[in-house]
Design a protein around this ligand. Structure first.
Ligand SMILES: Nc1ncnc2c1ncn2[C@@H]1O[C@H](COP(=O)(O)OP(=O)(O)OP(=O)(O)O)[C@@H](O)[C@H]1O
Length: 394
């Protein structure tokens, strides 16, 4: 063929695929079934469940909390004592979490001096030779003076320089000192935003007015949007008993889920609350249970000596954990996912061809018609068909 004829063919010939229509119920059924599966997968999983047509953004949030409630206790450590929020919330404000004191071991009137150590296998002694001057026992309460002194009528322990008298935390008050703290309430203020969509909202929703806020308490059924929570309800919803947890303390997670579909009206984007215990409560691994720490209140006594009250505080720390993703329609993920769905539909044709050429009794017959071998024109003027035994070897 001359160069000009070749160019002519290139410019004006049109190539079109030959379509082989196979009237086989089996192949037709499999093809439609696979197509249906793909359509269901794309419609249900990709579009409805995964919302793959949406652009997504994750939540940014800020949290502040305020606990309220007063209780009256009558204990040997404090006498008759009214507890208010400034006393049992430690520290007064925290980052995404707050701690409520529920139990305490109190050691009153400690001053700097020397006193016998609390008895233990490391501190018990018979004579001064069992104690070492200057020894700082990590788990002890002070620095040893080298003397062995009487702790009680029958027990002698090494003397230490420390804040005396020493704390004895072997007995924990039972029931917990502030077990009535379950009636305290906490107001959680939570502001969120999805910067990609310029969307902002807070958990004190538009319909909540100050009268409602003053009187409501969160309840999943009756007041699901009230941002005031009763501590006892939070602990009960996380599957715990407040009076037991109050003894040694623990950690509870308050989860706020802000997952939103921003294709719908903004008013449907509301927080969903759930509660779970976060620290270990496995009864088989109950070494070091609960949550506690120590702090002291300092003052000058009548002799103008610095004195302190040491408090080993047990309580429940509530961690507010905000999470969520928002989605909004966007053309780019829509095109990508429609393209992927179309590609999958095309893949079905390949699977059906394979089935037709390998699994049916007439596969040889179909194979013969599926693959055409066209010989060069100078060898033969006619088309010929060649037997094929398997798909992919034309
Ligand atoms: N833990 C809580 N339980 C119940 N209501 C609360 C709680 N914390 C705050 N509130 C009430 O919610 C409203 C808003 O609280 P916010 O702290 O913004 O205002 P406030 O006037 O400083 O509150 P207050 O002075 O009463 O502590 C107030 O009416 C407040 O009394």
């Amino acid at each position: 063929m001359g160069c000009s004829a070749y160019c002519f063919h290139c410019l004006f010939d049109h190539g079109t695929p030959v379509i082989l229509v196979v009237s086989s119920k089996k192949v037709g059924f499999i093809f439609r079934l696979l197509q249906l599966c793909i359509i269901v997968y794309v419609a249900v999983y990709v579009c409805w469940y995964k919302r793959a047509y949406q652009e997504r953004d994750s939540v940014i949030s800020s949290v502040s909390t305020k606990v309220k409630g007063n209780i009256l206790t009558n204990s040997s450590a404090f006498g008759t004592h009214v507890w208010d929020t400034s006393e049992y919330v430690i520290p007064p404000q925290g980052e995404n979490s707050f701690f409520v004191l529920t139990n305490a071991i109190v050691t009153q009137g400690q001053t700097q001096g020397s006193c016998p150590e609390i008895p233990s296998e490391f501190t018990n002694c018979q004579s001064d030779s069992d104690c070492k001057e200057g020894l700082k026992e990590i788990r002890g309460n002070g620095v040893q003076t080298g003397k062995c002194v009487q702790y009680s009528e029958t027990i002698k322990t090494c003397e230490v320089l420390s804040w005396c008298p020493l704390e004895n935390d072997t007995v924990i008050p039972k029931p917990a000192l502030l077990s009535a703290a379950e009636d305290f309430t906490v107001l959680i203020k939570n502001n969120i935003q999805y910067p990609k969509f310029k969307f902002r909202k807070r958990n004190i929703l538009r319909h909540i007015n100050s009268t409602y806020l003053k009187n409501c308490t969160f309840n999943h059924k009756t007041d699901p949007h009230c941002p005031v929570f009763r501590l006892g309800d939070i602990v009960t919803e996380s599957g715990e008993d407040f009076s037991i947890m109050a003894l040694k303390g623990g950690i509870i997670g308050i989860f706020i889920d802000w997952s939103c579909d921003l294709d719908f009206n903004e008013r449907f984007c509301v927080p969903k609350y759930s509660f779970r215990r976060l620290d270990n409560k496995n009864p088989e691994n109950n070494v070091a249970p609960g949550y506690n720490f120590r702090y002291a209140k300092y003052y000058m006594n009548n002799e103008n000596t610095e004195t302190r009250t040491l408090i080993k505080a047990f309580g429940i720390r509530f961690d507010v954990i905000v999470f969520g993703m928002a989605g909004k329609f966007n053309i780019v993920p829509t095109i990508v996912n429609v393209g992927a769905a179309l590609a999958l539909l095309n893949l079905m044709k390949v699977i059906c061809d394979w089935f037709m050429l390998n699994c049916l009794s007439d596969s040889e017959y179909y194979s013969k018609h599926k693959f055409k071998h066209l010989k060069p024109k100078d060898e033969s003027e006619t088309f010929s068909f060649t037997d094929q035994s398997s798909y992919g070897t034309p």
